[in-house]
Design a protein around this ligand. Structure first.
Ligand code: PLP
Length: 465
C-alpha cells in the first residue's frame, strides 16, 4: 500500500534532512517546509545537470557484451561448408517459404510446438505480428466471415501496462483498443471472458505471457487454461501470444508457462491461437530468427498468402542459428550466459531503488525473475514530470504513457526501466537520477496539494462573502 501524502513527506524528510529544516518540514507540513525540502533536492539535481551526462534506460536492447556471446555463430558457415538443409534444400537458393526443417524444429522445440505448426520468418517477430494483423485486415484469418477491414469496428483487448509496439500496430490499422488490467498472474480473466463473449467486434488480444513487458509477470496455469477455453462471440477471434521472453530467465529458477497451444488443442480451440517468438535477445536483435506457431488450418491459410509475398526468408541465417545452437539445450545454456551479464544490472537498479525510495513508499516497482524490464509506479500524476526531469538531467527514459494504448496512462504513474543496455557504471548514476527525479516530482505534487489546502479557508471565506 502506498502511504498517505503526509507520511510520505515525513519519511522523505527524515531520510534526507537534518536539524531545523526537518523539524519545520515534517512537523508542520506547510508549503514552506516542503519547498525547503524540494530546494535541497534541486541542489543535488543541478549538480547532476552540470555533469552533462548522456545515459539511456529507454529501450530493452542487449548490451554489446551480450552480442559478443553469439560471435562464434558468424564462423559456423564458410565457403567450405555444406550449405544444404536436412531435406537437401540448398540454403543459398530460392525456396522453403516457411523455413528449413531444422529451424522449424528448433524454434518449435523452444515453444513446445511441433515443427509442422511452425513458420520461421525473417529477423523480427514484431514484423510477423504486424503481417498477421495486416493479413487479417485485408483478407481475414482462417474462418473469417469477412476481411476485418470490411467491418464497421475492429477492437483488440490490451492488457495494461503493456508493450507500446503492439499498441502502435492497432493504432496504425485503426483498431480500437480496450484496456484490461493486469493482475499478479496475468490479465483480469473475468473481464476478458466477459468482453470477448459479448462483443463480436473484439477480434484479438495482445499477450506477453512470460516475463511480460513491462511488468515481468508470467501467466499462471489457471489464466492460460482460461485463455485456452475462451468462447469469443467473434468466430475469428485470435490470441496474439507474443512469447518474446520465453527463455529469458534472469536466475537459475526456471519459470514455467503452460503451453497455450496444447491446452487449446485439448478443447478443439487451437485455431484461436497465434504464437510468436524470436531469437532477438538470444542471438542478435538485428539478425536473429523470428517464428510463428499456429494450427494446421492457420498455417495453411498463412502460407497461401505468404507465397505472394516472398519465395522464402534468409535460410543461411536459419542454418547458422541451427548449427550454432544445435538444439533447445544449446539455447538454454547460451541464455545462462546472457543472464550472468544482465542479472547484476537488474540487481544494481533494484538496490538503488530500495536505498533511495524503499523507506518512504512514494513508488513501487517489480523485481522480475526474467525478461528485460523493471516496471515502476510513481504516485499518481507524477510519471510525465519524472521523465521530463530525467531528460533534462541527461537520462533518457521510455516516455511516460508508452505502456498504455494511445500513450495515455490514466494514472500518469507507470515508468518502464530498461537496465540491460547501459554498463553498470552508467546505470548507477542513471538510477540515482531517476530516484531523485521521483522525489522532486512527488514533492512538487505535495506542494501543489498543500497550497490548495492552505488556500481553502480563504476560498471558503471569499465564497461566503
Ligand atoms: C514483448 C515484445 N515483443 C516483441 C518484441 C520485438 O521482437 P523482435 O525483435 O522479434 O521483433 C519486443 C522487443 O522489445 C518485445 O518486448
Amino acid at each position: 500500500m502506498m502511504q498517505n501524502m503526509k507520511d510520505i513527506a515525513m519519511l522523505l524528510a527524515i531520510n534526507h534532512m537534518t536539524g531545523s529544516q526537518y523539524e519545520t518540514c515534517a512537523s508542520q507540513m506547510t508549503t514552506t517546509g516542503l519547498s525547503a525540502l524540494k530546494d535541497s533536492y534541486m541542489k543535488e539535481y543541478e549538480a547532476y545537470q552540470c555533469k552533462n551526462l548522456k545515459l539511456d534506460m529507454s529501450r530493452g536492447k542487449p548490451g554489446p557484451d551480450q552480442l559478443v556471446l553469439s560471435a562464434p555463430m558468424l564462423d559456423v558457415l564458410s565457403s567450405q561448408s555444406d550449405l544444404s538443409a536436412s531435406d537437401g534444400t540448398d540454403c543459398r537458393n530460392y525456396g522453403c517459404l516457411d523455413g528449413i526443417p531444422e529451424a522449424k524444429e528448433l524454434m518449435g522445440s523452444l515453444l513446445g510446438l511441433p515443427a509442422e505448426n511452425m513458420i520461421v520468418g525473417g529477423n523480427s517477430s514484431l514484423n510477423m505480428m504486424y503481417d498477421a494483423v495486416s493479413r487479417a485486415m485485408l483478407h481475414g484469418v482462417y474462418g473469417s466471415p469477412k476481411p476485418w477491414c470490411r467491418l464497421e469496428k475492429v477492437k483488440f483487448l490490451c492488457p495494461v501496462p503493456g508493450y507500446d509496439r503492439h499498441f502502435a500496430i492497432c493504432q496504425h490499422f485503426g483498431i480500437e483498443m480496450i484496456c484490461v488490467p493486469m493482475k499478479e498472474d496475468g490479465p483480469d480473466m473475468n473481464l476478458v471472458e466477459k468482453l470477448v463473449s459479448e462483443d463480436e467486434s473484439i477480434k484479438g488480444i495482445w499477450c506477453v505471457p512470460k516475463f511480460s513487458n513491462p511488468g515481468g509477470i508470467t501467466y499462471s496455469d489457471e489464466v492460460v487454461r482460461r485463455f485456452a477455453n475462451l468462447s469469443p462471440k467473434a468466430p475469428d477471434f485470435r490470441i496474439f501470444w507474443d512469447d518474446a521472453y520465453f527463455v529469458h530467465e534472469l536466475t537459475d529458477e526456471k519459470v514455467k508457462l503452460l503451453n497455450l497451444f496444447e491446452e487449446a488443442k485439448k478443447n478443439g480451440k487451437e485455431d484461436m491461437v497465434f504464437v510468436f517468438c524470436s531469437t532477438s535477445k538470444i542471438s542478435y536483435p538485428g539478425s536473429g530468427l523470428a517464428a510463428m506457431g499456429a494450427s494446421f488450418h492457420n498455417i495453411q491459410n498463412i502460407k497461401m498468402q505468404m507465397t505472394v509475398q516472398t519465395i522464402g526468408n534468409d535460410k543461411m541465417n536459419q542454418l547458422r542459428h541451427v548449427r550454432f545452437f544445435r538444439d533447445k539445450e544449446g539455447v538454454l545454456s547460451h541464455m545462462k550466459k546472457h543472464a550472468a551479464l544482465i542479472r547484476p544490472k537488474f540487481q544494481l537498479v533494484e538496490r538503488i531503488l530500495e536505498e533511495e525510495l524503499g523507506f518512504c513508499g512514494i513508488a513501487r516497482w517489480t523485481e522480475p525473475k526474467g525478461g528485460y524490464f523493471i516496471s515502476l509506479d510513481t504516485q499518481p500524476s507524477c510519471a510525465k514530470r519524472v521523465i521530463s526531469l530525467c531528460r533534462d538531467a541527461g537520462v533518457v527514459m521510455t516516455p511516460a504513457g508508452a505502456t498504455y494504448p494511445y500513450g495515455i496512462d490514466p494514472e500518469d504513474s507507470n515508468i518502464r526501466i530498461a537496465p540491460t543496455y547501459p554498463t553498470l557504471e552508467e546505470l548507477e548514476p542513471a538510477a540515482r537520477i531517476l530516484c531523485l527525479c521521483i522525489k522532486i516530482a512527488t514533492i512538487e505534487k505535495m506542494i501543489a496539494q498543500a497550497s490548495e489546502q492552505e488556500a481553502a479557508p480563504q476560498k471558503a471565506y471569499a465564497i461566503a462573502q
